[in-house]
Design a protein around this ligand. Structure first.
Ligand code: GUN
Length: 290
């Protein structure tokens, strides 16, 4: 069994980006600049956005964090997005999700200039992903594809079972794994909360990609020997013994499933760090394409 070390691979990618940015700067080119918008005070979202901003400094990017109050109106948020669209200094930006309930998320994502949409959430970019056109691939699915690529994991002709149909992970992941190429060329089953007998599908799977958000959901009896496991779950589970009062737990019962798997991502240290590295990669692409 091999552990897919997202922390190491993400550091390799960050090193590669650092080198590219240093060369750009030496040539007098503009430094890539990522902006992140966060609305409200959700603890997990603040942590993720903080990590994204810190990662910018690590590779030599400029970054701007825009914190907006929970009760901001949709119009004011749309105005902020227009400002970022028009700001020539900003190469790419993200609006951290989820947004408060009174805001229409699709209206916000639709307002982002597709050329600066480094999350790849704009319908134009999502459509391009489905059509194999140049786009920004959403960072988490992009990170998973990069892990599969760098560990040279065979995906062609394999049965990939994706758990969860979110717009951020499950849905784009199912498209990417079915596209032509390596990684890709997989036969994909997209399962979700209405799937009957989900274990029937996971037991048949050569590759399981779980993005459900239910701690320890996937158990050893649900997978076959030699399976490749990608765990996208990052749920905070209360734990009085932990310094922060919680532990980050994946969708996969790592202790037992790792006994049967050929490859498996840990949580933390698997998919999570890859997401941040690929957001940086997309920001670099946005700069290079502009
Ligand atoms: N919320 C959870 N994951 C993501 C992500 O990749 N991008 C944004 N903008 N929000 C998220």
């Amino acid at each position: 069994m091999t552990i897919l070390d997202g922390k190491k691979i993400s550091n390799d990618i960050k090193d590669e980006i650092t080198t590219t940015v240093a060369q750009m700067k030496a040539k007098g080119e503009k430094t890539p600049h990522l902006a992140a918008v966060i609305v409200g005070e959700d603890g997990a979202s603040l942590t993720y956005v903080g990590s994204k901003v810190r990662a910018c400094a690590r590779v030599g990017f400029e970054s701007t964090l825009i914190q907006l109050p929970d009760d901001i109106t949709q119009d004011d948020l749309l105005n902020k997005i227009q400002e970022l669209n028009q700001d020539a200094e900003i190469d790419g930006f993200i609006v951290q999700l989820p947004l408060p309930k009174h805001i229409d998320t699709q209206a916000i994502l639709l307002a982002v200039d597709p050329k600066k949409d480094v999350d790849g959430f704009h319908p134009e970019n999502f459509g391009k992903l489905a059509l194999d056109m140049e786009t920004f691939i959403p960072a988490t699915p992009f990170g998973i594809m990069e892990l599969l690529k760098r560990y040279d994991i065979e995906t062609s002709g394999k049965h990939t079972v994706v758990i969860g149909r979110s717009h951020i992970v499950g849905r784009p992941m199912s498209i990417l794994m079915s596209r032509k190429g390596q990684p890709g060329d997989s036969t994909v089953t997209l399962t979700h909360s209405r799937t009957k007998d989900l274990a029937h599908y996971t037991r048949e799977a050569d590759i399981v990609i779980s993005a459900l958000g239910v701690p320890n959901f996937l158990t050893a009896d649900m997978v076959k020997k030699g399976v490749v496991i990608i765990d996208v779950g990052i749920t905070r589970v209360p734990d009085a013994n932990a310094a922060k009062g919680y532990v980050i737990t994946g969708d996969v019962d790592f202790a037992e499933v790792s006994e049967k798997a050929s490859y498996i991502t840990p949580v933390p240290g698997g998919v999570g760090p890859m997401t941040i590295a690929m957001l940086l990669q997309n920001t670099l692409l946005a700069r290079q394409r502009s």
